[in-house]
Ligand binder design. Structure first.
Ligand code: KG4
Ligand code: ZN
Length: 362
């Protein structure tokens, strides 16, 4: 890493348009500004993210975000050392909007351009927030992604396992829709589950009977759907208690799967010095999941690191920071940088199959 760099980052791979300025120096990293403009209201009527609407909104909001990020940091573009942008994976229209904007800024200012993998942004966040040393174990768990990564350098990611179908956040969102709760489903389910009985319905814990760290959440979703349908066949609608019990039962199943698979991932992870188990992604905001993972981590004497919520969910500070981390190990991109809807972090293993509603999995 070069001493003291100030990077402007852009993020537009799903339904959040974001810009941030991060300074990285010998004394650590500092988020000078971070602006996130969500699009929830634009997609609310459709029950999920509509890629074309997202792409248009990104194109309209990116320059506003950049302006706000510069204003908040009290800086001008001339004080920026480099432009970083999510170049994938994600919804192609949004990623293209970000890449075009970043290329324009790089061309206009003559600053170096860095195309960053969105997943690398999430996976490197524990270094931004807590200065965690390599190698560390990361569970990346969001609306579009779910994987265990051994992170041993700015661009060295070894995938230990991941979902073979839905990501957990996607499942939270779909279940919320099924049982009549608002979007985003994660916070709504977490809140509703507080007054529920997690044992009223017996939901499956998929893939626990198989070795390894791969996960599956689509069968769990189907099980909740069937239970909801059998309730609806007996009565005219779901009661508040039904909603709470379905939410609690579903969340408990996700907690059990993530805990057991984390235990297995921790078993395979060794480090010379302190061991760290880190989480990132929107689902890591869930208190029940955080608490369970912290307990597993403590059984292995690993330090548990969960970044603050604003840096767990999609943001541009993680993109700016990842570019600064990687700047010492790779050259900047040129104007041929293109958007990559699929871009696995682990270049050795075959990509995981499947593509979720909120973007391509990796
Ligand atoms: O990382 P993120 O902001 O976006 C990407 O998917 O990349 O994650 C958003 C996802 C949504 O599916 C949302 O329902 C889920 O994170 N989420 C939660 C919670 N807060 C957000 N899931 C469970 N519990 C929560 N408290
Ligand atoms: Zn994300």
């Amino acid at each position: 890493m070069q001493p003291s760099q100030t990077i402007l980052g852009l993020e537009s791979s799903c339904d959040d348009t974001a810009a941030a300025i991060v300074r990285v120096g010998e004394d650590g990293a500092q988020v000078l500004s971070s602006v996130v403009l969500g699009q929830a209201e634009l997609h609310a009527a459709y029950g999920g993210v509509v890629p074309e609407i997202a792409a248009r909104a990104h194109a309209e909001k990116l320059d506003i975000c950049v302006e706000q990020a510069l204003t908040q940091a009290n800086m001008t573009l001339s004080q920026i050392d480099g432009i970083a942008v999510t170049a994938g994976p994600g919804l192609i229209g949004g990623v293209v909007s970000g890449v075009m904007c970043a290329k324009g800024l790089a061309a206009a200012t003559g600053k170096p351009l860095y195309g960053v993998n969105h997943l690398a942004g999430h996976a490197l966040t524990p270094r931004l927030t807590d200065g965690v040393a390599y190698p560390y174990l990361m569970l990346l768990v969001s609306g579009g992604h779910c994987q265990f990564l051994l992170v041993s350098g700015p661009d060295r990611f070894n995938r230990l396992g991941g979902t073979i179908d839905d990501a957990p956040g996607e499942a939270f969102d779909k279940i919320a829709r099924l049982i009549g709760l608002p979007q985003p489903g994660g916070p709504a389910i977490e809140e509703t589950a507080r007054s529920g009985d997690r044992n009223r319905f017996a939901f499956p814990r998929p893939l626990l009977d198989r070795p390894g760290c791969d996960m599956s959440f689509s069968g769990l979703k189907t099980a909740v759907l069937r239970t909801r349908d059998s309730l609806l066949a007996q009565q005219s609608g779901l009661t508040r208690q039904d909603q709470a019990d379905l939410a609690a039962g579903f969340q408990a199943a996700v907690v059990d799967v993530l805990s057991e698979k984390s235990r297995r991932a921790l078993e395979t992870y060794t480090a010379d010095g302190e061991r760290s188990f880190c989480v990132a992604g929107g689902v890591a905001a869930n208190q029940a999941i955080r608490a369970a993972l912290e307990t597993v981590s403590s059984h292995f004497n690993a330090k548990f690191v969960a970044p603050p919520l604003a840096l767990c969910t999609d943001n541009a500070a993680m993109i700016a920071f990842a570019a600064a981390e990687q700047a010492g190990t790779r050259p900047p991109d040129d104007m041929t940088l293109s958007a990559r809807p699929r871009w696995p972090l682990d270049r050795v293993q075959a990509p995981m199959l499947g593509s979720g509603k909120k973007g391509a999995k990796a």
